[in-house]
Design a protein around this ligand. Structure first.
Ligand code: GLU
Length: 410
């Protein structure tokens, strides 16, 4: 194990969304890439802002993404340590008391450092007021708690959202005042929504839990998030840690695009073997599917409907296909299609192959192309998308197909 140690430090004030999940993921992948450790640090110094259940939700989201932390720390358990550090800084002359609060003496000057995402940074501290480390009520501020933790836990790389980029000059000064060599910093730009606004923890529609409920699977989400803002898209099955480089992340804010995620999921589903599908269905309490069904329909699992997730293919959609293949469905037939469906039922001998069958129906009705195939598809499956008609026919079976073509529920 190397000495690389990173931390993901959410405050438990809401649910993870793809933006902070990306921060967690990049930390975890970085640790994996360099054989280091990944710590989950719960920033819970302000109990009034804490949301019930948030810590458990964060843990289960990380487990779902398959990036469980190697260790967990809670800032609420470390109040004494922060008080001690503030006192030590005061005694050493790095901090002073004013109106009951303890403040760091910045002492002006310019701070320069190299951010692994944003490059060369320069911040003039001359006009910045001395930051509060400890409030008059005794509580540590984020600044003190975060830097003391990073020093105490020997964090080597701070990878976090770039809303903290401007805090970094102060964090560098404070780490040095504590007698430590500061960690390296990488500030990832915040992920924005389609209107350009940063994703919010308060927006339940984009929480990881909601995505999961919609049928997003963790592997394609990880592949999507690992490539987001790098100009690369990862191939399904590619280990995202193997090529991870902090410098590859663009400094401009990337947009969360459900369509792109849907395509990543589609590419991933196309690589799944039926055994892997069934293992997943079983874990969710679902019945298995057979290999022929999976082969025929794995490309036709989009949710459909309107909205940003219409193109997302889901394993839950296999249930609908199972009903098409072996359950009873009410056929969908428009009045003007009765003739073609009747002709199709008549022509469907047991021996005829699918193309010869369609040619015979075309001959009998004068229909071709979509006007021939779509009504037949709808009668066989109750839907307008699906595998090639020959495969659909094989899936449904000829007996059931004839009954559906005649308008019976079968
Ligand atoms: N709790 C802070 C946040 O969620 C942590 C920032 C950091 O990583 O230092 O923004």
């Amino acid at each position: 194990m190397s000495d690389v140690h990173v931390r993901f430090a959410p405050s438990p004030t809401g649910r993870l969304h793809p933006g902070n999940a990306r921060t967690a993921l990049v930390n975890a992948l970085f640790a994996r890439r360099y054989g280091g450790r990944f710590t989950l640090r719960i920033d819970d110094t302000d109990p009034t802002r804490e949301e019930a259940g948030a810590v458990d939700a964060i843990r289960s989201d990380l487990a779902w993404l398959q990036i469980p932390p190697d260790a967990e720390r809670r800032q609420s358990a470390r109040a004494e340590r922060y008080a001690e550090a503030a006192e030590r800084l005061r005694q050493a002359g790095h901090a002073y008391e004013a109106e009951g609060a303890v403040r760091l003496s910045l002492g002006g000057g310019v701070e320069r450092w190299h951010d692994r995402v944003h490059g060369a940074m320069t911040v003039d501290l001359a006009h910045q007021s001395d930051p509060v480390l400890r409030r008059a009520d005794g509580r540590a501020t984020y600044t003190l708690a975060s830097v003391v933790d990073d020093v105490d836990f020997a964090i080597t790389h701070v990878i976090r959202g770039d809303d903290h980029l401007t805090n970094t000059a102060v964090h560098l000064r404070l780490a040095r005042a504590l007698g430590a060599e500061p960690p390296a910093f990488a500030h990832l730009p915040l992920v924005v929504d389609e209107r350009g606004a940063p994703l919010s923890k308060r927006d339940a529609a984009l929480s990881l839990a909601t995505l999961r409920a919609f049928g997003v699977e963790p592997e394609p989400l990880v592949a999507y998030l690992a490539g987001l803002g790098t100009g690369r898209s990862l191939a399904p099955g590619e280990d995202p840690a193997a090529t991870l480089a902090l410098e590859a992340f663009n400094a401009a804010a990337p947009r969360f695009d459900p369509g792109e995620l849907a395509r990543a999921q589609e590419r991933w589903l196309a690589t799944l073997e039926v055994d892997a599908v069934n293992a997943r269905l079983a874990a969710r309490g679902g019945a298995p599917v057979d290999a022929a069904l999976w082969r025929a329909v794995h490309g036709n699992l989009a949710r459909g409907g309107d909205g940003p997730w219409a193109r997302l293919p889901t394993l839950a959609a296999l249930e609908e296909w199972r009903a098409v293949a072996s359950g009873a469905i009410a056929p969908a037939a428009a009045a003007e299609d009765r003739d073609v469906l009747a002709a199709a039922a008549d022509a469907l001998d047991d021996g005829i192959d699918a193309e010869a069958w369609l040619a015979a129906v075309s001959e009998a009705t004068g229909r071709r192309g979509k006007r021939l195939r779509l009504p037949i598809r709808r009668a066989l499956s109750g839907r307008s998308d699906g595998p090639p008609l020959g495969d659909l026919l094989a899936l449904v079976g000829r007996e059931r197909a004839r009954r559906r073509l005649r308008g019976e529920r079968a």
